[in-house]
Ligand binder design. Structure first.
Ligand code: MRU
Length: 343
């Protein structure tokens, strides 16, 4: 699949993921504000892809500086705006730190002169992500056995990384290698990334799948219909605790109950050594209307209160392995993570 993001020379074009699968509509982001807004409303989403979009957003922000405005102060304002768009995925802050290194090389230079180097950086981040995805796919597919039925949660394919995907790349590679019989796709309430996006990607790739409501993970496991779980991650703490789409934790607990291996796939840019454990991860809380409505239709009484955590944390003891581009990490994660980041 083509990347859902492309640089048009003067703007960032994004496949609007809020409109899938009904319509394939591309939107143009001409400013850092446009990019921050697209990230906030999930027009572009998935931890690695919002990092790449953030780097392009930084370029657009510098390009819009006033004549002679110095780079350093301008960059701070642009990076703050973009970083505030979504708090949980480590990749956005990580990509903005890479951008800060570029901007910080010549802080007195006019901000506008840094737009091109930042576009180059964004392109490099996208290329690095492509290479990481290929490596994760190869390594992760080896964890599967021919005939496996694999359950996944949320969306972790090209729509989430711009390339093969993390968990999604492993599924695609395992399918080509004859190691996958079928994917179980959690619908992923409330924004339905599984039903709308993962099902769309798997159908286009010709990979057999069945959708299930998030609440059905228990019964399919209890009936012996799931051999493995493979998911992505938004932030991995230093001790291997994994923040991922809300519902992942419940899947991991059920997998442990049924002795089903639970694997996580993520590039090293998702690992955050400054976050000691999952308890310190900032979990995004989104508007309650995403829970009380389905599209335009109310599915709860008008005054119903709702909680809408976008992510949850799976404790490291429930994770059988973390697949990164630097290898398959196993417990104790504090040590294997340190080695992977030093490699
Ligand atoms: O809110 P989203 O759709 O951005 O959440 C995405 C996820 O939780 C994915 O599982 C995660 O980013 C891993 S992506 C390769």
């Amino acid at each position: 699949m083509d990347a859902p993001l492309r640089w048009a020379g003067d703007a960032l074009e994004l496949l609007d993921q809020t409109r899938l699968p009904a319509e394939e509509v591309w939107i143009r982001c001409e400013s850092a504000e446009d990019v921050a807004d697209a990230i906030r409303r999930l027009a572009v989403r998935g931890a690695p892809l919002i990092g790449i979009a953030g780097a392009y957003g930084a370029a657009l922000g510098m390009r819009a500086a006033t004549e002679g405005e110095p780079a350093a102060a301008r960059f701070d304002a642009v990076a703050r705006l973009l970083a505030a768009s979504r708090p949980t995925a480590a990749n956005l802050g990580w990509a903005l730190e890479r951008a800060r290194e570029v901007a910080g090389r010549e802080p007195d230079k006019p901000a506008r002169d840094l737009a091109e180097p930042l576009v180059d950086l964004a392109e490099k981040l996208a290329a690095d992500q492509r290479a990481a995805d290929e490596r994760m796919a190869k390594l992760g597919a080896q964890l599967l056995e021919p005939g496996d039925r694999v359950l996944t949660h949320c969306n972790t394919g090209a729509l989430a990384t711009g390339a093969l995907g993390t968990a999604g790349g492993i599924l695609a590679e395992a399918w080509s290698a004859g190691r996958l019989a079928q994917v179980w796709v959690d619908e992923t309430r409330p924004l339905l990334q599984g039903a709308r996006l993962t099902a769309w990607e798997l159908a286009r790739a010709g990979i057999p799948f069945r959708l299930l409501t998030d609440a059905s993970a228990g019964i399919v496991m209890a009936r012996g219909l799931v051999d493995r779980v493979v998911v992505g991650a938004d932030r991995i703490a230093r001790n291997g605790d994994v923040a991922n789409k809300v519902g992942t934790y419940g899947v991991a607990v059920l997998a442990a109950r049924h002795r089903i291996p639970f694997y996580v796939a993520a590039p090293r840019s998702t690992i955050d050594l400054d976050t000691p454990t999952g308890d310190e991860v900032q979990i995004e809380e989104r508007d309650a209307t995403e829970v009380t409505t389905l599209g335009e239709v109310a599915i709860a009484p008008p005054d119903a209160g709702a909680v809408n955590f976008a992510f949850d944390v799976t404790p490291n003891e429930l994770v059988a392995a973390i697949v990164t581009e630097a290898g398959v990490l196993e417990p104790p994660y504090e040590e294997s993570i340190e080695r992977a980041l030093a490699a």
